[in-house]
Design a protein around this ligand. Structure first.
Ligand code: GLV
Ligand code: MN
Ligand code: MN
Length: 423
């Protein structure tokens, strides 16, 4: 297949990225916050996250990038263009992980950006526009909610003050944690962007199952996170007659089962997950006084997701009435489905095919920083296969050949959009 007409003359179709260097980067970051049995824990704004950030900044500086950190702790490493600061091409993702994370979710997209810059440096290539590698704060949302927080603030979707005031489950304040680890910056990220491309592992089974090399991501499904608090009454587990119990644990279990049944009636696109559950006092022989738990609802169709949101609240109220408990619901995150920029999506597809890779369009089931950056810049994503579709799990794995293919596509897209010319 012919290469797209926009390819700059003299720049090779597949930039000569180094698989060994890319692999070494992934392994190096895999040692930061490493878990004993494999995988990593770099929850946002913990000491492990700080260590990852410090390593990233050092790697950026070693590549000659100018590093800036904004007030929500997003890190930007910029390779200057010949034509001033306008029209930045941004690539990136996040380096925070869930506490049972793998080596690839997020981190790979940032490290692929480093590899692209290292390759351009090796080639002595120059670009008209700047290239910025971004690592956004608290993408996972595992410690502070909502998820995609850094990119959301950067895109103007959440006030900085509100974000800095968020607390984790232990009451730690996000702004304090940011200062504690030394990443409460004062810079601003790029203001004028031509495009944002995020390379990420699929985190699901589709590409591997179909033997497809590159996923062309058309958008991200809607996400709705609810935290539900049930207040009952603690009492002796052996002496309280059943009719007199107000068991918060039982009520929580009924709401969870009701949510799963409800999701099934809405069809296969409606997803539901139970995340954390905390019972108080959490003792074997005491009826639970309080249950705090989360329900994660997702759907690519916003109207259907709104229906699921409303149905969940109805279920919670019904259970409260039936169990004589008090139920309150709090929204932790609510993001509409996002469609990526058609021109950027087409560019991903054409570029991957021109490089000889098999492609498939798909929607992302996971949330990503790209869905926030899409508010302020034309954006798209590239997926590479995940073995067994496993992610948010220490066993998460993507073969080096797949990492390389994704990085080659990213490199080509960056070269095109930034206007690369050979030395
Ligand atoms: C973010 O990783 C999410 O999709 O939960
Ligand atoms: Mn991710
Ligand atoms: Mn994740």
């Amino acid at each position: 297949m012919a290469l797209p007409a926009v390819l700059p003359v003299g720049v090779p179709a597949a930039l000569p990225i180094s698989p060994q260097r890319l692999d070494a980067s992934v392994q190096e970051f895999g040692r930061v916050g490493a878990l004993p049995g494999g995988g990593v824990a770099r929850l946002a704004l913990t000491d492990a996250d700080r260590a990852g950030r410090d390593l990233l900044v050092a790697r950026m500086r070693a590549l000659g990038l100018s590093v800036s950190v904004d007030a929500i702790g997003n890190i930007f490493g910029t390779r200057a263009g010949d034509g001033g600061t306008q029209g930045t091409v941004m690539v990136g993702s996040h380096i925070d992980t869930v506490s049972t994370g793998g080596l690839y979710d997020g981190t790979f997209g940032v490290l692929a950006g480093l590899e692209v810059v290292a390759t351009l440096n090796d080639m002595g290539a120059r670009t008209r526009h700047p290239i910025t590698i971004a690592a956004f704060t608290n993408e996972e949302g595992a410690r502070f909610q909502p998820d995609m927080l850094g990119s959301l603030v950067f895109a103007g979707g959440l006030a900085l003050d509100e974000a800095l005031a968020l607390r984790d489950a232990d009451g730690a304040v996000l702004g304090d944690e940011l200062r504690r680890i030394g990443y409460a910056g004062q810079d601003r990220g790029p203001a004028d962007m031509t495009a944002y491309f995020e390379l990420h592992i699929e985190q699901g089974p589709v590409l591997e199952r179909e033997g497809v090399q590159i996923g062309v991501v058309s958008g991200v499904q809607g996400i709705s996170w609810h935290e539900i608090t049930v207040r009952g009454r603690s009492a002796h587990a052996g002496t309280t007659p059943m009719a007199m119990r107000h068991d918060a644990g039982h009520a929580a279990a009924r709401i969870v089962c009701g949510a799963h049944d409800m999701a099934r009636t809405l069809g296969p696109d409606q997803l539901v997950a139970t995340g954390y559950t905390r019972l108080t006092p959490n003792l074997v022989n005491v009826i639970a006084q309080e249950a705090v738990f989360t329900v994660d609802l997702r759907n690519p169709d916003n109207a259907a997701l709104q229906q699921a949101d409303a149905a969940l609240l109805g279920i919670a109220q019904d259970v409260a009435t039936q169990t004589g408990t008090d139920v309150t619901c709090r929204t932790l995150a609510r993001f509409d489905p996002v469609a990526f920029d058609p021109a950027c999506v087409n560019a991903v597809e054409h570029t991957a095919r021109a490089l000889g890779y098999s492609t498939r369009r798909l929607h992302s089931g996971a949330g990503h920083d790209a869905q926030m950056i899409a508010r302020i810049a034309p954006s798209a994503m590239i997926f590479v296969p995940s073995v067994g579709g496993i992610s948010h799990n220490v066993r998460e794995f993507t073969a080096l050949d797949d990492l390389v293919r994704g990085t080659v596509v990213l490199a080509r897209l960056v070269a095109d959009h930034a206007g690369a010319t050979p030395a």
